[in-house]
Write a protein that binds this ligand. Sequence first.
Ligand SMILES: N[C@@H](CCC(=O)N[C@@H](CS)C(=O)NCC(=O)O)C(=O)O
Length: 193
Amino acid sequence: MKLLGSATSPYVRKLRVIAQELGLALDYAETAALEDPAALLAANPLGKVPALILDDGEALVDSPVIAAYLLSLAPAQTLLPAAGMAHWRARTSEALVDGILDAAIVLRFNMGQGVTSGMWVDRQYRAIDRGLAALAGRVGDGTGYAELATVIACEYLDLRWPAIDWRGDQPVLAALHARLAERPSLVATRPVG
Ligand SMILES: N[C@@H](CCC(=O)N[C@@H](CS)C(=O)NCC(=O)O)C(=O)O
């Protein structure tokens, strides 16, 4: 199976981290989504990375769908509780992480267009702040899918929005990051600059 992705995309990084944690072999093709390459559009008509092309040519899109597929390949996995409320809580943490990333990306594209203030911009900042506060109340002491995804989101903010002081605002997330930052799957996928 081949993952179409970009080294700086936090959604893609989530999947590369999961694959490494599960010991799954994943071919990887660096893909510039904004250039609309034919291989990406064939796999994902939305023109977004990540997209996962399976060995039979079937394509999966959207990081939560692809994450669920990767986890299904390792039935003994311990990253995500398989069932029960713990499963849905972790999936909700994943949705909060993705929502923070979505808001950060809206801000980035707005900024690219010269839009740096206004109701819509403020709304994204507030969503990020509340999302981080919620995650701080949800992450646990272990190393599960929710904890890894949270660290990836925090590092994406460091990369793109270093002025957002999530360490100062949410000491629980700072401690989580300090605990997990040197994990090999995170080190190996950490984007540079
Ligand atoms: N909900 C999607 C979001 C993916 C996404 O927004 N990817 C960005 C890169 S970080 C992208 O490909 N953007 C190109 C575009 O929106 O046209 C997921 O979780 O996979």
